[in-house]
Design a protein around this ligand. Structure first.
Ligand code: NAD
Length: 308
């Protein structure tokens, strides 16, 4: 059993991951600074179960400024989930993306090197590939948004620390994660909210954009698989099994809720991805990981969570 640091532990993916690690018997330090990207009470709610869990300690700290040495004392494995996520705000709020995604990652890598962590597992994104994110890890990296660009820079820092200082690393590139606790700015969250409450929703573009949506437990399992495997020094696509268009997701949510969505047509948004479909053969082969939850099951769980 390891002492783990989960950054972004109050967020969507970080909170689920911290819960899974505690459930496996690891000791977990969860760190978060509650950025204003979405309201703090939602993040506090994500932490409710963890705050009661034996083996879990929460630290409110900002990776951009905190003295990380003492926080990393004794830490064996770092799961770096903290970031400014979402690409839309990255056009207008670049400063925060640059500092939370690049500066914070460099500070954490430097502190991890100094304490000699056993494994640095870094959360990256399909956005490093750009508008078309289909295929395997050899696809060219051409981010189409400032968000993707800052996440790609963070990946490069990971490789710099691997190559220069021998920091043992693994990079997991998540493809559109959904499920209970999904961020309130994400499409599926907004869609379910609209259908549940009979509110109109703007549909950007013609709805034919496709996504290989990844259910939250599959994203968490990928981290556990990386932990069990040990450092790989490589990047892995972590994407869901079913690739569906946005129109199909709407149809499924309408079916689950039993109400039609009132659609307001809107233009495609700058930098939005056109198609994402992870080729996950490498993660299957090396990490022994594969996505297990199909879109129908996953959406149903998220609808139930949002209903509650
Ligand atoms: N959700 C997805 O679909 C998705 C897809 C691809 C990649 N990712 C990546 O997964 C990770 C988690 O995303 P999420 O959807 O859970 O986002 P989230 O916003 O719910 O969680 C991120 C957390 O990090 C914290 N944070 C940000 N900057 C910080 C800093 N400087 N110091 C301390 N804490 C800080 C925030 O307060 C937040 O609670 C991110 O790295 C993101 O880029 C997410």
């Amino acid at each position: 059993m390891s002492l783990c640091l989960v950054t972004g532990a109050a967020g969507f993916i970080g909170s689920h991951l911290a819960e899974a690690l505690v459930a496996q018997g690891h000791r977990v330090v969860g760190l978060d600074c509650f950025t204003d990207y979405y309201p703090r009470p939602l993040k506090e709610r994500n932490l409710t179960a963890l705050r009661q869990a034996p083996g879990f300690t929460f630290v409110e700290a900002d990776l951009r400024t905190a003295d990380l040495g003492p926080l990393l004392d004794g830490v064996e494995v770092v799961f770096h989930q903290a970031a400014m996520a979402g690409l839309l705000k990255s056009w207008t709020n670049f400063d925060q993306y640059m500092t939370c995604n690049i500066l914070a990652t460099q500070r954490l890598l430097e502190a991890s090197r100094q304490v000699g962590v056993r494994h640095f597992i870094h959360a990256s994104t399909s956005s490093v590939y750009g508008r078309e994110a289909t295929g395997d890890e050899t696809r060219p990296l051409q981010p189409a948004s400032p968000y993707g660009l800052t996440k790609l820079a963070a990946e490069h820092l990971v490789w710099n620390y691997r190559d220069t200082f021998g920091v043992p690393v693994t990079v997991l590139r998540y493809f559109s994660v959904y499920g209970p606790r999904q961020r309130p700015d994400m499409g599926i969250h907004i869609l379910i909210d609209a259908v549940l409450h009979g509110k109109p929703m703007t549909i950007f573009g013609d709805g034919t954009d496709t996504r290989g949506n990844t259910y939250i437990s599959d994203a968490v399992e990928a981290n556990l698989a990386a932990l069990a495997h040990g450092p790989t020094g490589e990047a892995f696509n972590i994407g869901g099994g079913s690739v569906v268009s946005w129109n199909r997701v709407i149809e499924l949510v309408e079916g689950l809720v039993g109400r039609r969505l009132e659609r307001i047509p809107g233009p495609a948004r700058p930098g939005d991805q056109r198609a994402t479909q992870a080729d996950t053969s490498k993660a299957r082969r090396v990490l022994g990981w594969q996505p297990r939850v199909d879109i129908e099951t996953g959406l149903s769980a998220q609808v139930e969570w949002q209903r509650a």
